[in-house]
Design a protein around this ligand. Sequence first.
Ligand code: SF4
Length: 151
Amino acid sequence: MSSAKKRVIISACILGEYCRYDGKTKKISAVEEAYRGWEIIPFCPEAPLFGTPRERINVVDVNGEHRIITDETNVDVTKKLREEIERFCKEHPHADAIVLKSKSPSCGYGTTPILDKDKNELAKGNGIAADIFNLFYKNVQIQDENQFISE
Ligand code: SF4
C-alpha cells in the first residue's frame, strides 16, 4: 500500500545546515517539527555555487531590474543563481509547502532589502529564489521561519 508523503521545501539553513554566507546556521527547530511526517526537501542555491563561507550578496535595483550582485567584488551572479534554482525546480517539480529564510537575497519573501548601487535600501522585496518559486510552484504559499516562532 503506498502512502505518498506530502512534500515541503525548506531553506537548508533553517534545518540546521551550516550553509550561510558566514559559515553559520539559522536552525529553527519549530519549522522541522511542524512538518513531522512530511518529506522534507532541503534547499540552498548559494552554497553549492559559491561555497561556504562566501562573500555576501545583495539584491540591487539596476535600472528597475533586480540583480544579484556580490557585496565587495561587485560581480553579477544573477544568471548563475537563476540556473541553479531552475535546476532545483526541475528536480523537485512538486511541493505542498515552502518555508524560506527571511531577509536573504536568495530566499527572502517580501523581507529582503532591495538596494540601490550605493547600497542604500530602497524597499523590501523578494530574493531571487522566492521570485522563481512563486512562478514555478504556483498554488503553494511561501512562508518564512517567522511564522513558526512564537514570541
Ligand atoms: S538563506 Fe537560502 S541561500 Fe542563504 S544559506 Fe539559507 S538556504 Fe542558503
